[in-house]
Design a protein around this ligand. Structure first.
Ligand code: ADP
Ligand code: MG
Length: 391
């Protein structure tokens, strides 16, 4: 970190508050949250870190290391706006503006602040850098202004900022996961009631997460379409949300026009798969869990049509590896990452082989995000092998 882009370098004083929040990987339960369904995410080791200092005037200045590369500029790009004059359409700062607007409208009293953001959650890779940013900023503001925000209200404020201000019609999974999940227990969340339980990963299992290097940027309109299709399907089936249709009612989908029948089938079967996955985790039945991941991927690819060839290839390569129980697209799709369940001890090597074969075949760089490399491993690997390391 150069001095120029440290908090002091940017704002001429020390930060008062340091907070952070992790990205997340969803084990299973994809595109179910905006239909009131079930999800099963975990936190990933990568995090978004925020430094903040309050200001006297009601102005916000903010800088992000993920956007503010000042190498080719004379001064780092600091975004600025006045509290109460939030206005969308200004790029990443919209997430911060959305948060201050939502908090103000909810009656919280805020003052101005300086903010520095830095993240190793890859942006647009299905690992929810957006929620990590929202949760980290909300945590900093909660601390700075002593806001009476419990965990649920904090997550809901992040979602509202993203929905209403940024304009991304996301469900509640990401903010709940970033705020409440950890790396070894899955958060089994009912996205309608927001009731959740922690379900530990069995000791014999290990997670592997690989970023395809294909960003899902520009997928918002597809996401919006899927969301509308689910709402239309629910209306035709006379239920409030697709969450209210069970497997026993699958036959009713025959009355829906194409592609609403397939979209609904994905959501309904995916909700059932989440419940089965929770049972499989509790029974430590990894082959069963793996089959559920495989089936989830098929459903996302064929019925929900949110996969892409690169992701399909990563999933195929994963399934050829020894010690792999199952693999699927994770996150909203149209790029992003895969999640794989392996036998404990098998994930690292499998991940490296998959990334290598993918690079040779597809010519794009896949990155193993989980298991994460420790700083020592990165140093050793750089000097000894010159091998690819996560950025
Ligand atoms: P995902 O959440 O899957 O990573 P999104 O499209 O939902 O992808 O969110 C990515 C957007 O969130 C970025 O384009 C940027 O606007 C914002 N964002 C996320 N992390 C940061 C960060 N560290 N600094 C600045 N903006 C960020
Ligand atoms: Mg996001």
């Amino acid at each position: 970190m150069s001095d120029e882009t440290s908090f002091a370098g940017l704002f001429g004083r020390a930060p008062e508050i340091h907070t952070d929040a992790p990205g997340r990987v969803n084990l299973i339960g994809e595109h179910t949250d905006y239909s009131g369904g079930f999800v099963l995410p975990l936190a990933i080791p990568q995090r978004t870190r925020v430094e903040l200092a309050k200001r006297e005037e009601p102005r916000v200045r903010a800088w992000s290391a993920n956007f503010g590369d000042s190498a080719d500029r004379e001064t780092p790009e600091v975004e600025e706006y006045r509290l109460g004059e939030e206005e969308p359409g200004h790029g990443w700062i919209d997430y911060v503006q959305g948060i201050t607007e939502v908090l103000r409208h909810a009656g919280y009293t805020l003052g101005g602040f300086d903010l520095r953001v830095e993240s190793d959650v890859p942006l647009g890779s299905g690992l929810s850098s957006s929620a990590a940013l929202e949760v980290a900023v909300l945590r900093a503001l909660r601390e700075a202004y002593h806001l009476d925000l419990d965990d649920l209200r904090l997550a809901l404020a992040g979602q509202k900022a993203e929905n209403d201000f940024v304009g991304a019609p996301v469900g509640i999974m990401d903010q709940m996961a970033s705020n409440l999940a950890d790396e070894t227990t899955a958060l089994y969340l009912d996205t309608r009631s927001l009731h959740y339980e922690k379900v530990p990963l069995p000791a014999q299992a290990e997670l592997l997460v690989i970023n395809s290097g294909v960003s899902h940027r520009n997928a918002t309109s597809e996401y919006r379409t899927r969301r509308r299709e689910c709402e239309a399907a629910a209306e035709l089936l006379s239920v409030p949300q697709l969450r209210d249709v069970g497997l026993q009612d699958l036959w009713r989908l025959g009355t829906l026009p194409e592609p609403l029948d397939r979209r609904a089938r994905h959501v309904i079967t995916e909700n059932a798969r989440v419940r089965s996955a929770v049972a499989a985790l509790r029974e430590r039945d990894l082959p069963r869990l793996g089959k559920l991941l495989d089936a989830s991927h098929e459903s996302l690819r064929n019925d929900y049509e949110v996969s892409i060839p690169e992701i399909d290839r990563l999933v195929e390569l994963a399934k050829e590896e020894p010690g792999v129980f199952g693999a699927r697209l994770t996150g909203g799709g149209f790029g992003g990452s895969i999640v794989v369940v392996t036998r404990r001890g098998a994930a690292r090597e499998a991940g490296e082989r998959i990334a290598k074969r993918y690079g040779e075949e597809i010519g794009k760089q896949a990155t193993v995000m989980v298991p994460a490399y420790s700083p020592e491993t990165i140093l050793t690997r750089r000097t000894e092998t010159g091998a690819q390391t996560p950025s």
